[in-house]
Design a protein around this ligand. Structure first.
Ligand code: NAD
Ligand code: DAU
Length: 339
């Protein structure tokens, strides 16, 4: 089987490629990635020499390039991770989010249709559901929760998600969709909360916490997300949406303190900064459907996953120090200037 993985030089796509090649060594994996600021080829260096792996630098919006690659490689399955993924950047500059997340998704699906109705999986997000109130711990996102977005990022992901469902209903494209909660683990770009806090702790830099740090996210170790996607692609029902999450809700401030204590740093590093515009209050996934239908359950407990993650950032300083010393510095100075 030949599998196209888009966005494989990013955080989750990269972890997925490592997982897939280890679990299914008989498959050929072709990674399509534009290598934006968030893409990092070093993430893929452990598999670059694998004869069953091919890296292709390509924009998923580049119709001619995408169709050419389909013609040459004849994929059986496409898994679309490629996206602009950072909420704060979408608030600063929404345009590229609409382009990559919506037009890119349509382009990949058009190619799937043109080359024999190729099986397509869309990596969507729980952010398409908007948020839940902080004082209603009894409420969770189910697959039936209405789409109701807050940021340009989540709106662009919702647009893509709806388009995927439309391609199934209108053209009969064999699709599935996964909507996962916040991931953490190795190879995550240090603009996202957990790696940013780890990196700043290690560099004794201020730890920016938006508002009062009371917003809640539902954290899942990245490998558990990869396993869920693999299961859905192989055994999921065509046309269906599956929520993915491990009932691991935590307030941002508690995550930050946990990392501080693990690294034996001081809470004096915490700096409360201006809140994110339109900041979603709480995400919480109900994963009953994927558990009942596909037997998926998260395997890594948060206390183990966060230790593994911190250890990874300690052992792989070169990976993230190279990132934060480059162009990222300009973004960081602009973003946190008034902190
Ligand atoms: P990421 O930002 O780390 O990686 C995105 C990758 O996509 C990068 O390698 C980038 O170079 C590539 N890319 C961007 N635009 C492209 C284009 N036009 N053509 C080809 N490649 C392009 O993102 P991530 O955190 O790994 O997220 C991956 C997917 O999972 C996204 O679709 C995101 O919406 C979704 N998701 C993320 C989370 C999370 O917690 N990070 C949770 C649920 C869903
Ligand atoms: O829920 C899934 C989503 O999770 C994915 O769809 C997105 O691609 C992914 O980026 C993530 O979105 P969040 O906005 O939840 O993640 P982020 O790491 O940016 O922020 C997590 C929380 O931490 C959020 O409440 C904002 C807060 N935060 C973030 C940063 C970067 C801070 O308090 N300080 C910070 O400096």
């Amino acid at each position: 089987m030949t599998v196209f993985v888009t966005g494989g030089a990013g955080f989750i796509g990269g972890n997925f490629i490592h997982y897939h090649l280890a679990q299914h060594p008989e498959d050929r994996v072709v990674c399509i990635d534009k290598l934006t600021y968030a893409g990092n080829l070093t993430t893929l260096s452990p598999v670059m020499d694998n004869p069953n792996f091919l890296f292709c630098k390509l924009d998923i919006c580049d119709r001619e390039g995408v169709f050419g690659l389909f013609e040459a490689e004849k994929p059986d399955t496409v898994i679309n991770f490629a996206a602009e993924s950072h909420v704060d950047r979408s608030i600063e500059d929404p345009g590229i989010f609409l382009q990559t997340n919506i037009i890119g998704t349509a382009t990949m699906m058009d190619a799937c249709r043109a080359f024999g109705n190729v099986r397509y999986h869309q990596v969507s997000t729980d952010e398409v559901y908007g948020d839940l109130p902080l004082d209603r711990p009894d409420l969770f996102f189910t697959e039936k929760t209405p789409i109701h977005t807050s940021s340009p990022y989540s709106s662009s992901k919702a647009g893509a998600d709806l388009l995927v469902q439309a391609y199934h209903r209108t053209y009969g494209l064999p699709i599935t969709i996964s909507r996962c909660s916040n991931n953490y683990g190795p190879y995550q770009f240090p603009e996202k909360l957990i790696p940013l806090i780890i990196a700043n702790c290690l560099n004794n830099q201020p730890l920016p916490v938006y508002g009062e740090g009371l917003n809640v996210r539902d954290w899942l170790y990245v490998e558990d997300h990869c396993k869920a996607i693999d299961l859905i692609v192989r055994k999921g029902r065509i046309g269906e949406v599956y929520n993915v999450g491990g009932h691991n809700e935590m307030r941002n401030i508690d995550i930050v303190k946990l990392i501080i204590h693990d690294l034996r740093k001081s809470e004096d590093l915490i700096t409360f900064v201006a809140d994110r515009k339109g900041h979603d209050l709480r995400y919480a996934i109900d994963p009953t459907k994927i558990h009942n239908e596909l037997g998926w359950l998260p395997e890594t407990k948060f206390q183990d996953g966060i230790k593994k993650t911190i250890a990874w950032y300690l052992e792989n300083r070169n990976w993230w120090e190279e990132i934060i010393s480059g162009e990222y510095q300009n973004y960081y100075q602009k973003m946190y200037a008034n902190g």
